[in-house]
Design a binder for this molecule. Structure first.
Ligand SMILES: O=c1ccn([C@@H]2O[C@H](COP(=O)(O)O)[C@@H](O)[C@H]2O)c(=O)[nH]1
Length: 265
């Protein structure tokens, strides 16, 4: 099944929560050092509540833990095959290298989708979208404090992120496999992006630690039927407790977010 169908199937299960898998070993419970062991406990505790999982590539690569990342994705595929995996690596490069990055995500790591940075232009995006069963999640309006510095600059009277949203909805979405990253810290911008890209799923980081606006996100980002979002929380779920009850605490935090989303949409 392709990524877009998988996400729609999870939405039909009343979940729009994306569980981020960003390991900080120094925040693991005392005595735990193994990244895969930590991730497995979190995944087993939260899979029933998750619309997708999102491991962030740098958190593994920075400490030479690529094998733990591969094992994590294999564990999800073997045990929770209905829950798609978005590899958050924000790749972007000239076409020939972009193809290698796409193969890295989809063939080496077995991800269902990958995040990419489109700001080098269309020829860096299309090598990813050619993988028609895979999802391509394109940075549009990010959640970080400096996001507006370039992304909100006006071109022909419209912010740069609107140009990205429009291309993503049309030219780049010939295979129906494109989604957008729109931060929960920018609910006003999100309304304009939804108008420019009415059919695209949004991956929404920025809830929790980054102080994003959940109600504004749901009001401005949802499809008319109340779906349309993959609302990410990483640290808020993973480190809800650093005691032996960390997995149970992650379950409770995920359920709390899922219920909060469902009560607002
Ligand atoms: O605009 C963006 C794009 C990606 N991210 C990533 O999402 C998570 C957020 O983690 P929290 O702990 O829930 O704040 C992290 O992996 C970022 O790299 C983002 O925050 N904003």
């Amino acid at each position: 099944m392709n990524f877009t169908s998988m996400i729609h199937k999870r939405w039909a299960q009343q979940t729009q929560v994306c569980v981020g898998l960003d390991p900080f070993p120094e925040r693991f419970p005392a005595g735990m050092t193994d990244i895969f062991e930590f991730n497995r406990a979190i995944i087993d505790a939260t899979a029933s509540l998750a619309c997708c999982f999102k491991p962030q590539f740098a958190h593994y690569a920075a400490i030479g833990a690529e094998a733990a990342l591969k094992d994590t994705i294999k564990h999800i595929k073997a045990n929770y095959p209905d829950v798609p995996v978005i590899l958050d690596s924000k790749r972007g490069d000239i076409g020939s290298t972009a193809t290698m990055y796409a193969k890295e995500a989809f063939e080496q790591y077995g991800a269902d989708a990958v995040t990419i940075n489109p700001y080098m232009g269309s020829d860096t995006v299309l090598p990813f979208t050619e993988f028609e069963n895979k999802g391509v999640v394109i940075l549009c309006r990010t959640s970080n404090p400096s996001a507006a510095e370039f992304q909100n600059q006006l071109i022909d009277g419209e912010p740069l992120y609107i140009h990205v949203a429009r291309k993503a909805q049309t030219e780049w979405n010939k295979n129906g496999n494109v989604s957008l990253v729109v931060g929960a810290t920018a609910p006003e911008e999100m309304a304009d992006i939804r108008a420019a890209a009415p059919d695209l799923p949004f991956l929404v980081p920025g809830i929790g630690v980054q102080g994003g606006d959940l109600a504004g996100t749901l009001r401005n980002g949802s499809f008319k039927n109340g779906n349309g979002l993959m609302i990410n929380s990483s640290r808020g779920i993973l480190y809800a407790s650093n005691g032996p009850d960390f997995a149970e605490a992650a379950y409770k935090e995920t359920l709390k977010l899922k219920d909060a989303i469902n009560s607002l949409c």
